[in-house]
Design a protein around this ligand. Structure first.
Ligand SMILES: [Zn+2]
Length: 105
């Protein structure tokens, strides 16, 4: 079995795998995608891995807002088309939480 980090390095080094990853993100099949490529994982683990060295995840932004004084916007993922929420004053995400794992480092 591969670790997430091994899978990640494999995907970012391979255009075909990047495309397959995007397709999997679109179809909510990322856990299956990882499994097919030899890595048993969960979406939670993927998120934790992606967020490892970032200051704030989108979910953290959600909980940090504390009562809707902030405007929220929806922006479509530039890769798979999933909707992303972001708040006024925060960097606007180009990709959804899963595509950003690969495309928006
Ligand atoms: Zn996406």
């Amino acid at each position: 079995m591969k670790t997430l980090s091994e899978l990640y390095n494999e995907v970012i080094a391979n255009e075909e795998l990047k495309k397959a990853f995007a397709e999997a993100a679109k179809a909510d099949q990322l856990v299956e995608f990882a499994k097919e490529h030899g890595c048993e994982t969960t979406l939670e683990d993927m998120k934790a891995f992606r967020d490892g060295d970032k200051p704030l995840s989108l979910d953290e932004l959600d909980s940090a807002a504390g009562g809707g004084s902030c405007k929220e916007y929806w922006v479509e993922c530039g890769n798979c088309g999933k909707k992303n929420k972001y708040k006024e004053g925060e960097p606007r995400p180009k990709n959804c939480q899963y595509c950003s794992w690969i495309f928006n480092q």
